[in-house]
Write a protein that binds this ligand. Structure first.
Ligand code: FES
Ligand code: MG
Length: 591
C-alpha cells in the first residue's frame, strides 16, 4: 500500500498552509480549547475523527460514548490526535415516521463533516440499524481512511428461563396478546426483558446483520461484530481500532481499497450463512452506489441463494448475540465458508492490512448448536430470491424463514410446487392496515394474500417497515400465524415472516402495486421467480392509465403530505429501494 509522509496529511491543508498563516493560528487556538497543545497540532500527527453515533436519543449506540475513551487511548498510543464529533442520531425504535428517513440525512451530515474539517482518518461508531450504512456510505463518498467499530450486541434477554430476543419477542408476544393468552403487564414484562444491557439488538435483525456484514466487507477488525457491548473484549476492540486507524492513515488505506466488488460478494454470501436481514440489499446497494461498485438484487440471488443458513439465531433459530460471540462470531462462519470453497474472495483486503482469508483461517466453531456445519445446516438455500412480474420489476423474498405450516398451506401442491395463487386484499399504507385488518367484510381467510403499498421511500418517507402484516385476530385464534405478505415497504429483520418486500418501483411512483385492487387474483411462482396479477392486458393498461392520470396531477391520494423540510427534500431526490434508496444527486460525488 502507498505510504504517505507528514507533509501529505490532509489536515496540513488547515494547519500548515504557508499562505494562510494567521488563519492557521486561529484554527489552532479554537481546537486547543480541549486540552490539545499547539505542539501537538503542529507536530504533524494525524487527526483522527471519532464519528460518535451514541447519545441519549440513540441508546443502542450510547455505549460508544464510553468506548470512545478507549478509542482515544489507542489513537494517542499510535501517535494520532483524536477529535470526537456527533453524527445525526438515528434510533430505530424512536424516530418517527421511520429511522430509515434519517439514514441519508446522517450520511449527508457526516460527508460534510469529513470533507469540511481537518480530519485525516475516521473511526465510525456503528451499531443500531441505520447507523452502520449511514457511516459506511459517508466513508465511501469522502473516501478518507476509515475503520468501523461496532458497539456490540446487548446481552441475551431472559424471561422465565427462556431467551427473549429484541424485536422477535415483540412479534410473538403481540400475537399472544391479540389471541388473549397474555395480560398487558405480562406482555410488557416479556418485551422489556429482551433488552437487558447497552448494545444493539441481540437477534439477527438489521443491526446484527449490518455489523456482521461490515466485518465481512473488511471494514472492521476481525471479531468486531459479535462481542457483546459490555464485555471487556469490546473495550479492547475499541483500543485496537483506535490504534489501527492511525496506521491506516500512514498507509493511505481508503474505503475504496477495501469495499470492492469482491468484498460485496463476500458480504452477500456471509449474509445468507448468518440469515441476515432483508434490509441488507438496500443498505449494501447504497454503499456500493456511493463507491461506483455494480451490485443489484439479482447478485443477491445468484451469489447468495444457494448458501445455507448456518447460524442458529432468532428469528430463524433459537439463540442470541452472546451465543453468537461465544460460538466464534463472523470469523468462524467465514472460515466454514472458506473450507467449503464458498467464500468467493478470500483474498479481499481488510482494514487490518490482511486479507479476510488470513484473518479468518482456522477460526474455530466453539459451539455447534449455535453455528451449524455447512454440510448439515439449519436451512438449505437460505439466501434471497429476486422476484419480478407485472407487480414490480424487482422484490426480494427471504425463503429461509418459511415455516413448515406455511409451506404446507401454500407450497405443497404436487402439480404446482413452489407456486400459489390467492385473492389479494390491499392496504394503502400502515394506518389503513391497522384500521381495517380486523374488518370482517374484507373476507380474509387462510388463502388470502395481504398487500401493502404506499410504504416505499416516497410513499412513506424513508420507507415503512410494515410488510410483515399480522393476520386478523380471528385467524390468529385459529392458529393461522402468518399469511403471505407483499409490499413496497421494508420489513424488520427481527420478524420471521416470509414476505415479498422492497418492491421497486413503488406504488407512489406508479409501480404495478398501484393498480392492484382488493379481490384481484395474484399468482406467486417461486420456481419462475414471478409475481403477477392475473388480469387481462387491456384491463392492466386501463388501470395504469388511471394511475398515471392521478400522478400527473400530483401524489396518489393515499400518499401523505410532507411533515418536515427534510421529508420534502428527500422525496424530491431519493431513488427506489432497488437503487439503495440513495439521494440521486449524491452518488456522483467521490473522493
Ligand atoms: Fe437499535 Fe435494534 S433498535 S439496534
Ligand atoms: Mg429494524
Amino acid at each position: 500500500m502507498a505510504k504517505i509522509d507528514k507533509s501529505q496529511l490532509r489536515s496540513k491543508l488547515w494547519f500548515a498552509n504557508p499562505d494562510d498563516f494567521d488563519m492557521t493560528a486561529l484554527y489552532i487556538e479554537r481546537y486547543m480549547n480541549w486540552g490539545i497543545t499547539r505542539e501537538e497540532l503542529q507536530s504533524g500527527k494525524p487527526i483522527i475523527g471519532i464519528a460518535q453515533t451514541g447519545s441519549d436519543l440513540s441508546p443502542c449506540n450510547r455505549h460508544h460514548i464510553i468506548l470512545a475513551e478507549r478509542v482515544r487511548e489507542g489513537i494517542r498510543e499510535a501517535g494520532g490526535i483524536a477529535f470526537e464529533f456527533p453524527v445525526h442520531p438515528i434510533q430505530e425504535t424512536g424516530k418517527r415516521p421511520t429511522a430509515n428517513l434519517d439514514r441519508n440525512l446522517a450520511y449527508l451530515g457526516l460527508v460534510e463533516t469529513l470533507f469540511g474539517y481537518p480530519i485525516d482518518g475516521v473511526v465510525l461508531t456503528i451499531g443500531c440499524d441505520k447507523t452502520t450504512p449511514a457511516c459506511l456510505m459517508a466513508a465511501a463518498t469522502a473516501n478518507i481512511p476509515a475503520i468501523a467499530l461496532s458497539v456490540g450486541p446487548m446481552l441475551n434477554g431472559w424471561y422465565k428461563g427462556q431467551r427473549t430476543g429484541s424485536g422477535t419477542i415483540k412479534w410473538h408476544a403481540k400475537k399472544e396478546l391479540s389471541a388473549g393468552n397474555l395480560s398487558y403487564e405480562e406482555y410488557t414484562d416479556i418485551v422489556a426483558s429482551s433488552a437487558p444491557s447497552p448494545g444493539y439488538c441481540n437477534t439477527m435483525g438489521t443491526a446484527t446483520t449490518m455489523n456482521s456484514l461490515t466485518e465481512a466487507l473488511g471494514m472492521s477488525l476481525p471479531g468486531s461484530a459479535a462481542i457483546p457491548a459490555v464485555h471487556k473484549e469490546r473495550a479492547n476492540m475499541a483500543y485496537w481500532t483506535g490504534k489501527r486507524i492511525v496506521d491506516m492513515v500512514w498507509d493511505d488505506v481508503k474505503p475504496s481499497d477495501i469495499m470492492t466488488r469482491e468484498a460485496f460478494e463476500n458480504a452477500i454470501v456471509t449474509n445468507s450463512a448468518i440469515g441476515g436481514s432483508t434490509n441488507a440489499p438496500i443498505h449494501l446497494k447504497a454503499i456500493a452506489n456511493h463507491l461506483g461498485v455494480q451490485l443489484d438484487n439479482q447478485d443477491w440471488e445468484d451469489l447468495g441463494y444457494d448458501i445455507p443458513l448456518m447460524l442458529n439465531l432468532q428469528p430463524a433459530g433459537e439463540y442470541l448475540g452472546e451465543d453468537y460471540h461465544h460460538a466464534g462470531g463472523v470469523p468462524a462462519i467465514v472460515n466454514q465458508l472458506m473450507e467449503k470453497g464458498k467464500l468467493p474472495h478470500p483474498n479481499a483486503m481488510t482494514v487490518n492490512g490482511k486479507t479476510i482469508g488470513e484473518n479468518c483461517e482456522g477460526a474455530e466453531v466453539m459451539d455447534d448448536k449455535v453455528i451449524w456445519p455447512y454440510d448439515k445446516p439449519m436451512v438449505q438455500s437460505a439466501g434471497f430470491l429476486n422476484l419480478k412480474g407485472n407487480l414490480f420489476s424487482t422484490a426480494i423474498m427471504k425463503t429461509s424463514v418459511i415455516s413448515d405450516e406455511f409451506r404446507e398451506r401454500y407450497l405443497s401442491n404436487p402439480d404446482d410446487p413452489n407456486a400459489f395463487e390467492g385473492r389479494a386484499v390491499v392496504f394503502d399504507g400502515r394506518e389503513d392496515y391497522h384500521a381495517r385488518i380486523n374488518d370482517e367484510s374484507l373476507g380474509i381467510d387462510e388463502y388470502t394474500l395481504l398487500f401493502i403499498r404506499g410504504a416505499g421511500p416516497i410513499g412513506y418517507p424513508g420507507g415503512a417497515e410494515v410488510v410483515n402484516m399480522q393476520p386478523p385476530d380471528a385467524l390468529l385464534k385459529r392458529g393461522i400465524n402468518s399469511l403471505p405478505c407483499i409490499g413496497d415497504g421494508r420489513q424488520s429483520g427481527t420478524s420471521g415472516s416470509p414476505s415479498i418486500l422492497n418492491a421497486s418501483p413503488e406504488a407512489a411512483v406508479g409501480g404495478g402495486l398501484a393498480i392492484l385492487q382488493t379481490g384481484d387474483q395474484v399468482r406467486i411462482d417461486l420456481n419462475k421467480r414471478e409475481a403477477n396479477i392475473l388480469i387481462s392486458d387491456a384491463e392492466f393498461a386501463e388501470r395504469q392509465k388511471a394511475v398515471d392520470a392521478q400522478l400527473a396531477k400530483g401524489r396518489l391520494d393515499y400518499v401523505p403530505d410532507h411533515q418536515t423540510p427534510w421529508q420534502e427534500i428527500q422525496r424530491g431526490m431519493v431513488d427506489q429501494f432497488e437503487e439503495g434508496m440513495v439521494l440521486k444527486p449524491a452518488v456522483k460525488y467521490r473522493d
